[in-house]
Design a protein around this ligand. Structure first.
Ligand code: LMR
Length: 396
């Protein structure tokens, strides 16, 4: 068996972290993976998380199995956060939600579910999209296509291209949409553009799969959640993957959720039973610790408020870094205008750097970014920003 096994390529994002760790340069900077660091370059331990952990330790609960679909108080808190407490779909009990192993695990549960119940569908992802989208849906057995998304000349969304492709898709095509903070470009649709997308999804009976890994990193929890909430009010099926990796700084605990909006409570119950089968045959049931932290915070009004304030702090710091990066790059790069970086949302900036420039950044400066030119702005800080801006200006 082993003689026929070829070497697989490194992961385009996590492989960068591997290369970064192997680099002996003490000045190395990792702007590859989507992780928020504070101004001292540390992954923050949020105060609300620490307080939830303190309460959990004081309780001293045993490490028993969770139900297959996860911690009930977590699942219901996720529903309220993602769909909005007063959403008609929740009131009518037609949303099924299961705890997942991060946002990636949520996507895989959804992909496996679709393969079982809509096996002839094809999947459409944005061009470009998060690198793992294609790999994940292909691994679930789908043919994966792209719809136009980013216009690199105007550094914004190619909406005409996107909508005309969506209009041409047959019923039951699965369309993966980024609910907010598009990864990797940071270019989001306007409300009016979302109106058109929702109309096409309805008219063509498409299957929208909304990926929301960055709720809270553009404008705030409610504002960033509004597209998911609108879809859920108007349409079914709607599939949603969500994650607390970034918003709770709980990366290694793998805390996410998969939700599906169905047409009525009976459909939701039958769907949930199938999601549980998918989970049981993959990893049996999810881990407790991270979900308990998130559930404890979201179900306690004081801790919930503390969390939203801390999330606001992360969002504001990223905005500051965007502004500083633009100032530095504009000053250092002979008249090129980088102000587009300010208008991008979320953790990333799609910088426009070519693969060759990215390679030079790594080789000559030990600055690591994704080969597509995606920079994690959330890893910049007041100590490394100058070095990064200089390095970028040099490779341009
Ligand atoms: C990213 O895009 O960098 C993050 O979502 C982390 C990951 O798993 O790729």
């Amino acid at each position: 068996i082993f003689s026929a096994i070829p070497m697989a390529p490194r992961d385009p994002i996590l492989g960068i972290t591997e290369a970064f760790h192997a680099d002996p340069n003490p000045h190395k900077i990792n702007l590859g993976v989507g992780v928020y660091y504070d101004d001292n370059g540390k992954v923050p331990l949020l105060k609300c998380v620490l307080e939830a952990e303190r309460q959990m330790t004081a309780q001293g609960s045993p490490h028993t199995y969770l139900p297959i679909d996860g911690l009930a108080m977590y699942d219901s808190a996720v529903q309220k956060l993602v769909f909005g407490e007063d959403n008609i779909a929740l009131q009518e009990k037609r949303v099924a939600t299961v705890q997942s192993i991060g946002g990636t695990g949520a996507l895989k549960i959804g992909a496996d579910f679709l393969k079982r119940f809509s096996s002839n569908s094809q999947v459409w992802i944005s061009d470009p999209s998060w690198e793992n989208h294609r790999a994940l849906f292909e691994a679930a057995g789908f043919k994966v296509n792209t719809y136009p998304y980013y216009d690199s000349v105007n550094r914004g969304v190619d909406f005409a291209g996107m909508i005309s492709t969506l209009k041409s898709l047959p019923a039951r095509s699965v369309v993966v949409l980024h609910a907010c903070c598009h990864n990797p470009t940071g270019a989001d649709l306007s409300d009016a553009q979302w109106d058109e997308v929702i109309e096409v999804v309805q008219d063509n009976k498409l299957i929208p799969f909304l990926d929301m890994a960055y709720q809270g990193f553009s404008e705030g929890i409610d504002s960033d959640g509004k597209i998911v909430r609108r879809f859920a009010r108007l349409y079914s099926p709607v599939l949603v993957s969500s994650s607390f990796s970034k918003s709770f700084s709980l990366y290694g605990e793998r805390v996410g959720a998969f939700s599906i909006v169905t047409g009525n409570a009976d459909e939701a119950a039958r769907t949930l039973s199938q999601l549980k089968r998918i989970i049981r045959t993959n990893y049996s049931n999810p881990p407790i610790y991270g979900a308990k932290i998130v559930g404890t915070v979201l179900n306690n009004p004081e801790l919930h408020k503390m969390w939203e304030n801390e999330l606001t702090g992360m969002r504001v710091r990223i905005h500051e870094m965007r502004h500083k990066l633009v100032d530095e790059l504009n000053a250092k790069s002979n008249g090129q205008d980088f102000s587009f970086i300010i208008h991008q949302n979320g953790m990333f900036s799609y910088s426009g750097l070519t693969p060759e420039q990215v390679e030079k950044l790594r080789k000559d400066y030990s600055v690591y970014i994704v080969s597509t030119g995606r920079i994690c702005v959330a890893a910049l800080n007041s100590h490394n920003l100058d070095y990064v801006a200089n390095a970028i200006a040099k490779v341009l």
